[in-house]
Design a protein around this ligand. Structure first.
Ligand code: ATP
Ligand code: MG
Ligand code: FE
Length: 356
């Protein structure tokens, strides 16, 4: 079974073909990601209207490139999976409509995919990870801890009460005049900074509620940046390193709480797994700290390879294949509408045809 995946929910236009090899091992046959960074950098962030138009222009070629790289003709595709939400409505319409046309023309099944499910299932594409596992999903729009019980069976245990973690990185970068996208640039600047130079707050650290909060931290960064202005490159590095240290400590404290709960609820699982996924999972300081936290609690940490942390279509094709194999993809109607908002824990009972 060869599944074509299409991803257009934000500012990456992506297409990929995923299958299993003869031994049943998942295999990415092709994986094309066209980033629109160049088109948004002048604005310091993603401009939805520009993104939608860029998807229209690029998607045909990206799909063709994914098929070429796989050495396939359109008719060789067994199913088409496309991101149907959550995300920017313009991009979702472009991707899902293209997928519908492709599926209809070939008479192959269409599988609408929740983008967060793509991030959530990625570790099963690249590593041997069995259900159930605990997922830390940290991306541009989400910061959640999710109990992953099976394909389409998700329970959200924690979420952010204000900003997402990737958003906090992006906003911090912006107020330090670092270019978009913020996350990688903050990480880079932090390398030459002192993480102890400024003592930023560790939001919610030690609190009983399991959630995240990152907006107070951003305010503290702004205050420090204003006091020090004009900022030297070394100031920027110190602030980035101190911000990253604060974020990491808050994150590991919050995660540790859920590791304990997972242990209690799944005492039969001998080697419990913590998975970190989403764009922020590419951050090496955060990965290392999570690895230590996981080990302390007797968990193994699984993190996708760096190129599969950010948005891509291999994760969408893979989620499609998982859904097909689980018998959860049979009757996705062609009138499935894009859902700009679509919580992951609703995936088990998709609201077919619902607008939002
Ligand atoms: P969502 O998945 O919630 O819908 P999204 O698809 O826009 O949002 P992703 O592409 O999964 O988000 O992740 C992008 C985010 O990850 C951005 O906020 C970016 O700054 C952040 N990010 C990427 N690399 C790093 C890094 N090395 N360190 C910290 N943050 C990073
Ligand atoms: Mg992006
Ligand atoms: Fe994403």
């Amino acid at each position: 079974t060869r599944v074509l995946g299409i991803e257009t929910s934000c500012d990456e236009t992506a297409a990929s073909v995923v299958t299993r090899d003869a031994s049943g091992k998942p295999q990415i046959i092709s994986n094309i990601v066209l980033s629109q960074i160049e088109e948004h950098v002048a604005f310091g962030g993603v401009v939805p209207e520009i993104a939608a138009r860029a998807h229209v222009t690029a998607l045909d070629g990206v799909i063709r490139a994914a098929l070429d790289e796989a050495g396939m003709k359109p008719a060789d595709v067994d199913a088409v999976a496309a991101t149907a939400g959550p995300g920017l409505i313009g991009g979702l319409i472009v991707g899902l409509t293209t997928a519908k046309a492709f599926a209809a023309a070939l008479g192959k099944p269409l599988i609408p995919i929740n983008h967060l499910e793509g991030h959530a299932l990625t570790p099963r594409l690249t590593d041997k990870v069995a259900f159930p596992y605990l997922l830390l999903l940290v991306s541009g729009g989400h910061s959640q801890i999710v109990e992953v019980r099976g394909v389409g069976d998700y329970r959200r245990w924690a979420t952010t009460i204000d900003d997402a973690l990737g958003e906090a990185f992006d906003k911090t970068a912006k107020l330090l005049s670092l270019p978009y996208p913020g996350g990688p640039n903050v990480e880079k600047a932090a390398k030459t900074g002192d993480p102890k130079r400024f003592s930023f707050p560790r939001p919610l650290k030690g609190e009983a509620r399991p959630d995240f909060s990152f907006s107070g931290l951003k305010t503290a960064v702004r205050r420090t940046a204003t006091e020090l202005a004009p900022l030297s490159p070394q100031d920027v590095s110190h602030i980035c390193a101190s911000f990253q240290a604060a974020v990491t400590e808050s994150l590991t404290d919050r995660v540790a709480r859920s590791l304990t709960r997972f242990r209690e609820e799944h005492s039969g699982v001998t080697t419990p797994t913590l998975v970190v996924a989403g764009g922020v999972a590419a951050n090496l300081t955060i990965r290392a700290a999570l690895d230590a936290t996981a080990q302390e609690a007797g968990f193994q940490l699984v993190a996708p390879p760096l190129q599969l942390c950010g948005d891509n279509a291999a994760m969408i094709a893979w989620a499609g294949l998982e859904r097909l194999e689980a018998g959860l993809a049979e009757e996705a109607p062609m009138n499935f509408r894009p859902r700009p908002r679509w919580p992951l824990d609703e995936t088990s009972t998709p609201v077919f045809g619902a607008g939002k």
